[in-house]
Design a protein around this ligand. Structure first.
Ligand SMILES: Cc1ncc(COP(=O)(O)O)c(C=O)c1O
Length: 452
C-alpha cells in the first residue's frame, strides 16, 4: 500500500526547503494552487502544510498564505560568500579591487611599524580622542554638525552602533519605529532583543513624517531608526525639507532617533543630517564599511550632549573598547585625505555601474539614485518575488528578495528585488549577470510542481 498522499507532499516540500529551492521567507503556493498542480484536494495540501508548520518548517498567516520559516534572516539576505561560479548581487559592500586591498595593506603596515603603547593598552572613553576627532571630521564632511570628537563614541561598525543604541535606550517589549521596508540587520536586531518593529509607511522620499506622527499618537514609540540617504533597500534619499519635518515629529513626541547615515558619503552634495535639527534626541551613526571596507569594523556615533557618558559606559561595560589598531589605520586614511579619495572612487564606480544597469535593465521599473550602490527593481507582474530570487540563484546570480526587507510580516510583499552593483569586482562580469537577469525578467517562468 502506498503512503498517504499528504506524506509524499510533506517529504517533497521538506526536501525543497532543505535544498534551498524554497528559500527561507519564501511564499509557498496556496492550497488550491498546489492541489491543482498535484491532482489532489486542497484538504490534503492543508493537512501537509499543518504538519510542516508543526515541524516549524513553515508558517501560515490568515489572508497572506504560507511561508518558509526564517531561521537565519540576515545570512540569507546577505551572502558574504558565494561559490566561484556565482555572481553576487546580494551583498552591499564597496568594490574591493586589488588596488584598494593593496592600499589597505599599506596603511596597516604603517600602523604596525609606528604603533606605540596607546594602541596596545586599554583606553578611556571608547577610544583615543584623536580617533574620535577623525570620526567627527569624517561625519562633518557628509552633513553632520559636530563640534568636536568629544561627542563621538567609537563602535565596531554601524550594526554595533544600532545594537548598542537599542539596548541602551529602549527596553524589551518597547516599540521601535522603522521604515516599512528596511535593512534586515535592523529587523533582526529588533527581534533578537525582544523589541517590536513598527512599520512606518514610506514614499519615494523615505519615511513619511505625517505617518510617524500619527503612529506616535496611537502607540508609545521609544525610538525611531531612519536611513536618510540611499536607503536600504529602496535607495530613497531624503530632501532637507523631509529631514526637517521628521525632526519636528521627533521633537514633538520626544523619542530617540537613531540616524543611520552609512551611505551619506554617496550624495552628490552635502545634505544636513536629521540629527542637526534635533541634537537633543538624535544619535548619528556613520561607519567606514561602505566607503572603505566592511572588514575594518570602524563606526562612529555622535551622541546628544547629555548622553555621551551613558553610551560610553554601555560600550565600556559590553566590549571595553573597539580595537584601537583598526581605528589608527582609519585615522591615518582620514587625516591624509585618502579615505575621502577612496570614497569618491567608489562613488564614481557606482555612477558608472548605475548607467550600465540602466542600459541593460532600462525596460523595467528601477528605483535608485544615480550614485547608489544598489537598485530596487520592480518585477513584471507574472514573476513572484521569491520564485524570481530562486530562478536567479539557479542561473548563478544571488539577488535579495523584497520579502527580507518587510518590517511588517503581515503586509503584502512588494513585487521587487534589491540588486547590489558593487560587490562584483569586474564590470564585464557584472554585465553578464545583469544580462542574464534581464533575460529572466522577460520570461514567464513558473515553478513546476508536477514532480511532487
Ligand atoms: C542601512 C545599513 N546600516 C548598517 C549596515 C551595517 O554596517 P556595518 O558594516 O558598518 O556594521 C548596513 C549594511 O549593509 C546597512 O545597509
Amino acid at each position: 500500500m502506498s503512503a498517504p498522499k499528504y506524506l509524499a507532499i510533506i517529504n517533497k516540500i521538506e526536501l525543497m526547503i532543505r535544498s534551498g529551492e524554497y528559500p527561507e521567507g519564501g511564499k509557498l503556493p496556496t492550497h488550491r494552487e498546489l492541489a491543482h498542480q498535484l491532482g489532489t484536494t486542497p484538504i490534503t495540501v492543508a493537512k501537509a502544510y499543518k504538519e510542516l508548520a508543526e515541524k516549524k518548517l513553515i508558517e501560515s498567516f490568515v489572508g497572506r498564505g504560507s511561508f518558509v520559516c526564517n531561521h537565519s534572516q540576515l545570512s540569507d539576505v546577505i551572502k558574504a560568500e558565494s561559490r566561484e561560479q556565482e555572481s553576487n548581487l546580494s551583498i552591499l559592500q564597496p568594490c574591493l579591487s586589488s588596488d584598494i586591498v593593496e592600499r589597505l595593506n599599506q596603511v596597516f603596515s604603517q600602523v604596525l611599524v609606528r604603533g606605540n603603547d596607546d594602541l596596545f593598552g586599554y583606553a578611556e572613553h571608547t577610544g583615543l580622542l584623536h580617533h574620535r576627532e577623525m570620526g567627527a571630521h569624517w561625519a562633518r564632511k557628509f552633513g553632520l554638525d559636530v563640534a568636536s570628537g568629544e561627542q563621538m563614541v567609537l563602535v565596531n561598525g554601524a550594526q554595533h552602533a544600532l545594537s548598542a543604541l537599542i539596548e541602551c535606550y529602549t527596553q524589551p517589549g518597547d516599540c521601535i519605529a522603522v521604515e516599512a521596508l528596511t535593512y534586515p540587520g535592523i529587523l533582526s536586531l529588533v527581534n533578537l532583543l525582544g523589541r517590536k518593529a513598527v512599520a512606518i509607511p514610506i514614499d519615494q522620499h523615505g519615511m513619511i513624517p505625517q505617518e510617524l506622527d500619527s503612529i506616535c499618537r496611537e502607540t508609545p514609540i521609544a525610538m525611531v531608526i531612519i536611513v536618510p540617504s540611499h536607503q536600504n533597500p529602496t535607495a530613497a534619499t531624503m530632501s532637507v525639507e523631509r529631514r526637517q519635518q521628521l525632526a519636528d515629529v521627533i521633537h514633538q513626541h520626544q523619542i530617540w532617533l537613531a540616524e543611520d547615515n552609512i551611505y551619506g558619503f554617496l550624495n552628490p552634495s552635502v545634505i544636513p543630517a536629521i540629527t542637526n535639527f534635533v541634537p537633543e534626541y538624535g544619535f548619528h551613526i556613520t561607519s567606514l564599511s561602505k566607503a572603505i571596507s566592511p572588514g575594518l569594523r570602524c563606526g562612529y556615533i555622535k551622541t546628544p550632549d547629555t548622553e555621551y557618558e551613558r553610551l560610553a559606559a554601555f560600550i565600556r561595560t559590553t566590549i571595553w573598547l573597539p580595537s584601537p589598531i583598526v581605528f589608527a589605520a582609519a585615522s591615518l586614511l582620514i587625516a591624509s585625505g585618502e579615505a575621502f579619495d577612496m570614497a569618491k572612487e567608489q562613488r564614481n564606480m557606482a555612477i558608472r555601474r548605475q548607467i550600465l544597469a540602466r542600459e541593460i535593465l532600462g525596460h523595467f521599473e528601477i528605483h535608485a539614485q544615480p550614485d547608489s550602490y544598489h537598485l530596487w527593481l520592480m518585477l513584471p507582474e507574472f514573476w513572484n518575488t521569491d520564485a524570481f530570487t530562486l530562478a536567479a540563484k539557479n542561473k548563478g546570480i544571488l539577488v535579495s528578495s523584497a520579502s527580507y526587507f518587510c518590517a511588517d510580516p503581515r503586509a503584502p510583499v512588494p513585487h521587487a528585488i534589491r540588486l547590489s552593483l558593487m560587490a562584483i569586482k569586474s564590470e564585464p562580469e557584472l554585465m553578464v549577470a545583469l544580462n542574464k537577469l534581464a533575460d529572466l525578467l522577460r520570461k514567464n517562468a513558473r515553478f513546476d510542481y508536477t514532480h511532487c
